[in-house]
Ligand binder design. Structure first.
Ligand SMILES: [Zn+2]
Ligand SMILES: [Zn+2]
Length: 352
């Protein structure tokens, strides 16, 4: 079968590899759509260094497909079922797993990192992922392309829950890439009364505006975001500020934009070697701010996203800029990297 495999920094190859079979206790899924994540782009650039990759590795983790084989002793799954896969395999026994924070599992492994991923015709689903609840049915009426965006949406939902986005909140989101827009869509669902989306690249802001996920769009290359936020909040600042951009400057600005008692979510990680920032901690102290991060998600978040998609509350199609065959992976990665596209999806079989 065809698979796109990572060999090292900027060394991604389309290869012919043996078709896997369902591992004992696991499944074999025929991939219909696998979306390119920002982390895929970063992992290709770095050759996966620092993330426990074993190379070469078939990458891709935003996977939707059809069950092609059910492994020995697996119950409750049928060949032909449409499913999405979660990324992480959690141990189920550590303190974090036992408190429902499987995304923080002490011995977490992941599809596309230690197990082959979805830029391929088939993906072998390990037993641990099946047991963990990481194989979820796609609701009727939702196609494979939309379904492949379940995972990034679920990470954004985890962030929204941690930031306690709720009715009447003013939410500022810095960064109008796919994840920033997903945050805006979810903030609306969570009852935010005003959503301010800020972005440095006018092209990206324009795309976000077309989707209409926010109330106010700020071109940070021209406008003063702080001035705008203060004006929109009667000088108080925002209840929640989410940084969906890999920028230390944006993280500092986020702390500055929060109202007293506000929540600041450093949602996006910073590039390796550039993750040190210096903050005025007195601002956090006197303003009683809650500053936190977000990492990954759990099957519970994925289930909620699939329910929202199925109910028509999330239209993921608006975020899809391109669907390309696996052979065009270079074009796909270039498009995703350029920032000119929102989500780019690779599909092994043309039409899903
Ligand atoms: Zn992802
Ligand atoms: Zn665990």
């Amino acid at each position: 079968m065809k698979a796109v495999r990572l060999y090292g920094p900027s060394d991604l190859r389309l290869e012919e590899v043996p078709k896997p079979s369902a591992p004992p206790g696991g499944l074999l899924v025929e991939v219909k759509a696998c979306a390119i994540c920002g982390s895929d782009v970063r992992n290709v650039a770095s050759g996966g260094s620092g993330h426990g990759f074993t190379l070469p590795r078939t990458i891709g983790h935003e996977i939707a497909g059809v069950i092609a084989e059910v492994g020995k002793s697996v119950e409750g799954f049928e060949v032909g079922s449409r499913v999405v896969l979660s990324v992480s395999l959690a141990c189920g026994r550590c303190r974090y797993c036992l408190t429902g924070k499987q995304n923080l599992c002490e011995s977490k492994k992941a599809i596309s990192y230690q197990y082959d991923g979805g830029f391929a015709e088939y993906v072998a689903v390990p037993e641990a992922l099946v047991r963990y609840g990481g194989v979820l049915p796609i609701p009727d009426g939702i196609d494979f392309y939309e379904a492949s965006l379940t995972e990034p949406f679920s990470c954004a939902l985890n962030g929204q829950e941690l930031s306690k986005v709720s009715t009447g909140d003013t939410v500022v989101i810095i960064g109008a890439g796919p994840v920033g827009i997903m945050h805006a869509i979810l903030a609306r669902i969570n009852g935010a009364s005003k959503i301010i989306l800020a972005e440095l690249t006018p092209e990206r802001l324009e795309k976000a505006r077309e989707i209409g996920a926010a109330d106010i769009y700020v071109d940070s290359s021209k406008e003063d975001l702080k001035e705008k936020v203060l004006k929109e909040t009667n000088g108080l600042g925002a209840d929640v500020v989410i940084v969906a951009a890999p920028s230390g400057k944006a993280q500092l600005q986020a702390i500055d934009l929060a109202a007293k008692g506000g929540r600041v979510n450093l949602f996006g990680g910073l590039p390796k070697g550039q993750s040190q920032i210096t903050i005025d901690s007195n601002v956090i102290h006197y303003r009683e701010l809650f500053v936190h991060g977000t990492s990954d998600s759990t099957p519970v978040h994925m289930k909620k996203i699939l329910d929202l998609m199925g109910a028509g509350r999330i239209d993921a199609r608006k975020l899809i800029s391109a669907v390309l065959p696996l052979e065009n992976y270079k074009e796909g990665f270039e498009l995703a990297r350029s920032g000119k596209a929102l989500k780019v999806i690779l599909t092994p079989n043309g039409n899903a």
